[in-house]
Design a protein around this ligand. Structure first.
Ligand code: COA
Length: 162
């Protein structure tokens, strides 16, 4: 049984992340979407809400588990007895950061591979930060994120306008 782990902050989950999830599911029997607490990034959504939004966005999918993790990605992968880490590569600008992370992970755990998937070009420019910025200024973000996420962003920025 092939098991993969897709780690990230998912603050919030976007259509680009969903695209990577769908592609990953074609390659494995089970996928763990591992949501990092990422306190240093000061996420706008608490971990419980990021999990809830990811669960809502993937409720029609099978063979997927969404949960929080804290600590090293490779420790989580080991704990799940998974075979590889999935990361999305959207543009060459992602490469340096991703290469560094993959190399460090390999140094500390040589048996765990990192697989890079290329999202649909429609999503190659998406980041969670840009979507949050659009939402701050009241722009419609429905085409970039699942509908529950768009609603939650709208609610959130109505409460705390910039
Ligand atoms: N579609 C849309 N956006 C995407 C995307 C895609 N397919 N792939 C990445 N992104 C965006 C994210 O939304 C995020 O945007 P933001 O910075 O504007 O918020 C950005 O790309 C990168 O975020 P993410 O993929 O979530 O990575 P991250 O750097 O926040 O976290 C972890 C990656 C979770 C693996 C890492 O930070 C972590 O916590 N590791 C644990 C510690 C560890 O193991 N360290 C050793 C390795 S150095």
């Amino acid at each position: 049984m092939k098991t993969l782990v897709f780690p990230g902050t998912f603050d919030p989950i976007t259509n680009g992340h969903i695209d990577i999830i769908m592609r990953s599911l074609r390659l494995c029997d089970h996928l763990y979407v591992a949501i990092a607490k990422s306190s240093r990034k000061q996420p706008i959504f608490p971990i419980e809400e990021r999990i809830e939004l990811a669960c809502l966005a993937t409720k029609k999918l099978t063979n997927i588990t969404i949960e929080a993790f804290d600590g090293l990605v490779v420790s989580y992968v080991e704990q799940k007895e998974a075979h590889a880490v999935i990361r999305g590569l959207r543009a060459s600008s992602d490469f340096e950061y991703e290469l560094q992370m993959a190399m460090i992970n390999r140094k500390i755990h040589p048996d765990i591979e990192t697989l890079f998937l290329i999202p649909n070009e429609e999503y190659s420019y998406l980041t969670s930060s840009s979507i949050k910025e659009l939402a701050t200024f009241g722009a419609d973000v429905k085409r970039f994120v699942p509908s529950d996420v768009a609603d939650r962003l709208l609610e959130r920025y109505k409460k705390t306008p910039s």
